[in-house]
Design a protein around this ligand. Structure first.
Ligand code: MTE
Ligand code: MO
Length: 242
């Protein structure tokens, strides 16, 4: 079923680089920052602000989302070139194709999508493979405690504890908003961590490394909480709804 690649990372890195070089450079694309991150990182990254219509030009229709990318490009990856590497503290390192993922059991979720900066899209339809199912196929080793996720954008990365990753509402999503995940939204495959703020839902997911401790992701290194529970992190204290 899945192609196992053993411990040699060479092939996967080559795939990653090829896909990376194939990204469509959009020039104007940047990121809309929340106040906290914006204060911390300041002009280290180019914020895509209003005034000029840059953002409007990449806003997809009327789905209510804002398109974020901390890199200056929007990766454009075809389903045929897409690969998801799963390695680290696992018995069976794998490189999954898009077809591999599609052949695995799927879970559907209808959940609000909540960015920590305040915007929210209610009742978004998602579908994908439970992260726990992928980890089960890979065979997580006893020393494992956490996961590190990488993106084809080459810049953003994220983390979850193994416990968080095992929740049934954490999926590797190949469908969103009633269709395939579009490039803008991180397709063909992104993470969707339903109980947490949007920054945990890494777009253009390229790799899952199983590791022995949490190492804070891009947004966390720039000021956001590592545990990103909606309503009870990042200064919020309302009750969790999930
Ligand atoms: N690779 C990548 N993933 C990312 C981000 C990003 O900039 N790059 N932004 C995060 C944040 S803060 C949010 S709120 C959501 C936004 O998802 P959208 O761009 O599909 O609206 O993506 C998350 N995943
Ligand atoms: Mo966000």
């Amino acid at each position: 079923m899945f192609r196992s690649v053993g411990q040699d990372h060479g092939a996967g890195i080559a795939i990653g680089r090829r896909v990376f070089l194939g990204m469509a450079g959009l020039g104007v694309l940047g990121v809309v920052f929340g106040s906290k991150v914006q204060r911390v990182v300041g002009d280290a990254l180019s914020p895509l602000t209003s005034g000029g219509g840059g953002l409007a030009s990449i806003l997809p229709g009327a789905d209510g989302f804002r398109i974020y990318s901390v890199s200056s490009t929007l990766p454009s990856i075809s389903t045929s070139r897409y690969r998801l590497r799963v390695d680290g503290l696992v018995d069976h390192p794998m490189v999954l194709t898009f077809a591999d993922l599609q052949s695995m059991p799927h879970t559907s979720l209808v959940r609000d999508f909540q960015c920590v900066t305040g915007w929210r899209v209610p009742d978004v339809h998602w579908a994908g493979v439970r992260l726990s199912g992928i980890l089960g196929a890979a065979g997580v080793q006893p020393a494992a405690r956490a996961l590190t996720f990488e993106s084809y954008d080459g810049t953003d990365f994220e983390s979850l504890t193994l416990d968080q990753a095992g929740r049934p509402d954490v999926i590797v999503a190949d469908r969103m908003l009633g269709g395939p995940v579009t490039s803008e939204h991180g397709g063909p495959v992104r993470l969707f961590v339903a109980p947490m703020y949007g920054y945990k839902s890494l777009k253009w997911l390229s790799a899952i490394h199983v590791v022995d401790r949490v190492s804070p992701g891009f947004w966390e290194q720039n000021g956001y909480d590592v545990d990103a529970w909606v309503g009870s992190s990042n200064g919020r204290s309302d009750e969790r709804t999930s």
